[in-house]
Design a binder for this molecule. Structure first.
Ligand SMILES: [Fe+2]
Ligand SMILES: [Fe+2]
Length: 183
């Protein structure tokens, strides 16, 4: 009987610890989200950034949503690694700020393939509308490496190369599974 009570108390204690851990993780997640939004608030309010909502990036995800996701993962990873989380978030939000529908070939006036040229277009646009530090510029310019041959200069730029590929792959695969489900 005594043994049974001890075991019950132990499992109650373990359950409480799990609950506390979940609550702690949730609180940290909420805090991170608020901090992330605060870092890019001025960008989110800008009409040109909002206009990214009219361009599809992958599947049914628009360019604005895609940039938000990449920026958030950038921010999270860089925060965890003790890197510049603010530049990671801001560079991430503007990394695909090319402002055209890349599915329509005619819009590309410079005759270059979107995959190779859009980081430079995005950087040109971002510099036109916002003041960017060197890290933010590098994040935008190098995010397609190695498709674009310039090496990333900062660890935050290496992070976006990975987060952008991770998010993009998820968006493309999501379309594949949606298609399969509806077939
Ligand atoms: Fe891109
Ligand atoms: Fe992207």
């Amino acid at each position: 009987m005594r043994k049974k009570n001890v075991r019950m108390n132990q499992s109650k204690g373990a359950l409480l610890t799990i609950k506390q851990k979940i609550a702690k993780r949730r609180a940290r997640h909420d805090y991170d989200k608020k901090e992330f939004i605060a870092e890019i608030q001025d960008l989110l309010q800008h009409q040109k950034v909002q206009s990214m909502k009219q361009y599809i990036q992958h599947s049914d995800v628009n360019c604005f949503e895609h940039c938000m996701k990449v920026a958030y993962y950038n921010y999270k990873v860089c925060k965890k690694l003790g890197l510049d989380k603010r530049s990671a978030a801001r560079g991430g939000m503007l990394h695909d700020f090319f402002l055209y529908d890349w599915h329509q070939r005619k819009v590309r006036l410079d005759n270059t393939l979107h995959g190779f040229s859009h980081p430079y277009t995005a950087l040109r646009n971002a510099k036109h509308y916002f003041r960017l530090n060197a890290k933010e510029q590098d994040i935008i310019e190098k995010h397609m490496f190695p498709l674009t041959p310039r090496f990333p200069k900062y660890p935050e730029s290496v992070v976006i190369i990975l987060t952008d590929k991770f998010v993009s792959t998820g968006e493309v695969f999501d379309r594949f599974f949606k298609k399969k489900r509806s077939a």
